[in-house]
Ligand binder design. Sequence first.
Ligand code: ZN
Length: 64
Amino acid sequence: MADKVKDPVCGMEIRPEDAVSSVDHEGRTLYFCSHVCHETFVKDPHRYGHPAEEHGGHAGHGGH
Ligand SMILES: [Zn+2]
């Protein structure tokens, strides 16, 4: 009964033991359903590194 985690790139819920790969990001471990998602994250980690912000609001993100 492992907790599911969310693939930050595609949003799919997976179990850590089913993850193809994982990465350490700012002290937490993120899991990916595929190597494609992993590579996508690595290319642009700050875009996906906010798993707590799931509701699509842009509060706190100042435009630039
Ligand atoms: Zn994925």
